[in-house]
Unconditional design. Structure first.
Length: 251
């Protein structure tokens, strides 16, 4: 988006759905490179592929009326007001400056789910729905790209549901999900059941835009056939998958 801003006098601006696709491809390439190097060092020989993934959203989702996802560069208020166009919203982002806010609609379907499932069944490591996927809407039998950014945790959960995965690992920047986070009675959640996760979620223990979407993704995954969700940071990922660290939520 910053490239759009800096080069718009010479190059036509790219729409947000195309930027989503561009980010998917760039991230996929970098992950492929690093992951394959690590695998070769450990004598693991598997193919890796990135699937540029579209995610269906509802064009009537309320998120399009109330954009909540800040994206792109920070601007002064004066600059942001000059950049405003019909349908494009700029507002203050937690006192850090003005940013563009876009819709974050709920993901409904993974368009490439059959492709992903086929590749996984053949033993290929698949990188899919990078950055939350490319949001598209359906109207009159045709797909159209949407100016939106889908929550990455919800997108990952949906991919897992639709390919029949049994485990969803969510990497974040803390080793455990907590209730009473940063309060006197803070409690690390180690192993809990789906009903506990739903109870804590509805009680408001998890911050919106932080842990709440991860718990929502976990609930969705477990309610649609998943067996286990693990939430932790990158340093504890291996231990958490084996059950000795992190937060595990079971169906």
């Amino acid at each position: 988006m910053l490239q759009n801003e800096l080069t718009k006098s010479k190059i036509p601006e790219l729409p947000l759905d195309v930027i989503d696709a561009e980010v998917q491809g760039q991230l996929g390439y970098i992950i492929e490179q690093v992951l394959m190097d690590e695998m070769h060092q450990k004598n693991v020989h598997k193919d890796i592929v990135t699937v540029v993934t579209r995610i269906l959203v509802d064009k009537n989702d309320d998120a399009f009326k109330h954009p909540t996802k800040p994206v792109g560069a920070f601007y002064t208020k004066i600059r942001a007001m000059k950049l405003r166009k019909p349908g494009i919203v700029y507002r203050d982002d937690a006192g850090r400056g003005y940013r563009r806010f876009v819709a974050s609609p709920r993901p409904l379907d993974v368009i490439e789910k059959k492709v992903v499932a086929t590749l996984v069944d053949r033993g290929v490591i698949v990188i899919a729905a990078g950055g939350g996927g490319i949001p598209v809407t359906m109207q009159h039998g045709k797909f159209s790209g949407a100016a939106a950014v889908i929550d990455k945790d919800l997108a990952a959960s949906l991919v897992g549901q639709q390919i029949g995965a049994d485990t969803l690992l969510i990497i974040t920047n803390v080793p455990f999900a907590c209730i009473y986070y940063r309060q006197k009675h803070e409690e690390k959640l180690k192993k809990i059941h789906l009903k506990d996760a739903k109870q804590y979620y509805h009680a408001g223990h998890f911050a919106e835009g932080s842990m709440a979407p991860k718990i929502q993704a976990a609930i969705d995954f477990l309610q649609h056939g998943g067996k286990k969700v693990v939430i932790t940071d990158i340093e504890n990922a291996a231990k958490a998958l084996s059950g000795t660290s992190g937060t595990t939520i079971v169906a």
